[in-house]
Design a binder for this molecule. Structure first.
Ligand SMILES: NC(=O)c1ccc[n+]([C@@H]2O[C@H](COP(=O)([O-])OP(=O)(O)OC[C@H]3O[C@@H](n4cnc5c(N)ncnc54)[C@H](O)[C@@H]3O)[C@@H](O)[C@H]2O)c1
Length: 275
């Protein structure tokens, strides 16, 4: 097979959880550009449907947006049945949905600090980021294993390989206990996804199902200027990512171009984790 053809996704059905979000839409565009059929799976059905409709027109593929709550097995099973009724197959799963608790606020006791982090918040973060990825892998991955082929891509983060540098979130003039931090749940979810990737890769290798992770660095999205300056000083390439800079890597990881790759974590972070 020639190299170009290895990246081709013509006719492949690609489920993208969190498909209505900032990066989910980009993954969906990339899939559509390569001829695949993106299924934007999101709790926010309206945004998922609107994004899918735009992609369908722009790329001429039957993209769809469907509602699913990935924290509930019954919801994911219902979603799987809808996709199978519509397209008859599920080839690829991108576990992309996550909560990204905002590091803001400056109460007397900053709620995001390790000592204060509310358990309900921790449970919600893990439910979406980790349990959600597990449930989708169970329900949709099992369908791939049954078919004898498939690919799972888990979207981790540079914070799936390094610890957050809490100094970049600091606000001047606040006492230590008032400083907000990147919550512990984000680190645990993202490191956990790398572990889930290795587990799935070995568990289903004989069934023809590959599993890899991608660890993107922060995407520039009009964040506070001082924060961006502090963050980019930690990045050898000296800038945050553009939202479209992960598209080609996602296609590599979900297509036959990566056919001999499983259990790996592709880090694309402007070099941050190298320093
Ligand atoms: N944006 C970045 O800078 C960045 C950097 C590194 C890693 N990531 C990772 O990339 C992924 C996508 O990030 P993003 O910035 O596009 O996030 P986002 O917040 O824009 O999108 C997340 C989507 O997940 C959906 N979602 C939440 N709970 C759900 C549930 N229970 N069931 C189904 N869908 C649910 C939300 O409705 C939302 O559309 C995340 O895993 C994130 O951690 C993002």
């Amino acid at each position: 097979m020639n190299v170009k053809d290895q990246f081709d996704l013509t006719g492949r059905v690609v489920v993208i959880t969190g498909g209505a979000g900032l990066l989910g839409v980009k993954h969906a565009e990339a899939v559509a550009e390569m001829g695949g059929i993106p299924v934007l799976a999101d709790v926010d059905a309206a945004r998922a449907k609107a994004a899918a409709a735009k992609i369908a027109v722009r790329y001429g593929v039957p993209a769809v947006g469907l509602k699913v709550d990935i924290t509930k097995t019954a919801s994911v099973q219902k979603f799987r049945d809808q996709v199978l009724r519509r397209f008859g197959r599920i080839d690829i799963l991108i576990n992309n949905a996550a909560r990204n608790p905002k590091v803001e606020g400056n109460g007397r006791k900053a709620w995001s600090r390790l000592e204060n982090y509310p358990l309900p918040q921790w449970e919600l973060d893990l439910a979406v980021g980790l349990t959600g990825a597990l449930i989708c892998s169970q329900v949709l991955g099992a369908e791939m294993a049954r078919a004898g082929r498939g690919v799972i891509l888990n979207v981790a983060s540079d914070l799936g390989v390094i610890a957050p540098d809490q100094r970049i979130y600091r606000r001047p003039g606040l006492a230590e206990e008032q400083q907000m931090v990147k919550p512990v749940s984000y680190s645990v979810v993202k490191h956990g996804l790398v572990g889930l990737t290795k587990y799935l890769a070995t568990y289903w290798a004989e069934k023809g199902v590959r599993a890899n992770a991608i660890s993107p660095g922060g995407v520039f999205n009009e964040q506070d200027r001082d924060f961006v300056r502090r963050l980019t000083s930690l990045i050898p390439l000296g800038r945050m990512a553009r939202p479209d800079e992960y598209k080609a890597a996602v296609i590599f990881l979900v297509s036959d171009a990566s056919s001999y790759m499983t259990g790996a974590n592709l880090i694309i972070d402007g070099g941050r984790s190298t320093w």
